[in-house]
Write a protein that binds this ligand. Structure first.
Ligand code: MG
Ligand code: MG
Length: 236
């Protein structure tokens, strides 16, 4: 899983470096494909229930699962990139949201808070804690900043498949839910909205948007509970 995580981290780095006004989300997908090919990995996104790309590209009010197309990013956009890779049957999965050019103060704050909520969740991923401790930590950071947590889409176990049990909601009650143990590998992935938490699925059957069209951000890492606590496998 470390090898898969490194490929995902390299995809993130290459794609992040290409994000600028004028680039299309399809061009970003091409960059992801190139990294996967170069590393001899395979994509766990391409063909997933028929998904047509190796990344999800979700601009502005798109929460998750946006399909790359010839949409061109413009100054002031935010763009969420979610992607994964498989190496020798082991999966990695991670996401980040970046600003395009100059973004508003509120958009910048949404990105900072959402990433911070991910790291709060990761810090709670220690042996003896429970799934609810992760969700509660994420939720506390996001909601105390005045943002809302998407509840319909959640983090997950990951290993020989991209999505394994348990589900890892981005909300929860401390001390509740399944116990965390050493060696466990989870993908924690807060989706945080600037407006209401309500979601809407577009006609394409994939693209999930905020019902009120407010901005949404998404950060994710694949993490293992190692001997010295949580270890991020998809960090660039
Ligand atoms: Mg995931
Ligand atoms: Mg993901």
């Amino acid at each position: 899983m470390r090898a898969a995580g490194r490929v995902v981290a390299e995809m993130h780095e290459s794609i992040r470096a290409a994000i600028r006004p004028g680039v299309s989300t399809l061009a970003l997908d091409r960059i992801g494909r190139d990294v996967i090919e170069r590393r001899g990995a395979t994509s766990n996104f391409l063909g997933y229930h028929g998904f047509p790309a190796v990344i999800c590209a979700s601009p502005n009010d798109v929460i998750v699962h946006g399909i790359p197309d010839d949409t061109v990013l413009v100054d002031g956009d935010i763009i969420s990139i979610d992607c994964g890779a498989v190496v020798e049957g082991w999966h990695g999965d991670a996401a980040f949201t970046a600003g395009v050019g100059e973004i508003s103060e509120e958009a910048a704050r949404l990105l900072v808070v959402t990433e911070k909520s991910l790291y709060a969740g990761i810090a709670a991923m220690v042996e003896g804690n429970r799934i609810g401790d992760i969700g509660a930590a994420v939720q506390d950071v996001a909601e105390s900043a005045g943002f809302t947590i998407v509840e319909e889409y959640v983090g997950h176990g990951i290993g020989r498949a991209m999505h394994e049990s348990p589900e890892v909601p981005n909300y929860g009650i401390p001390g509740k839910g399944g116990k965390l143990h050493r060696g466990m590998t989870l993908a924690i992935e807060p989706m945080v909205n600037a407006g209401s938490a309500e979601t809407f699925l577009n006609e394409d059957g994939w693209t999930v948007v905020t019902a009120d069209r407010a901005l949404s951000a998404h950060f994710e890492h694949t993490i293992v509970i190692g001997d010295n606590g949580p270890e991020i496998l998809t960090r660039p």
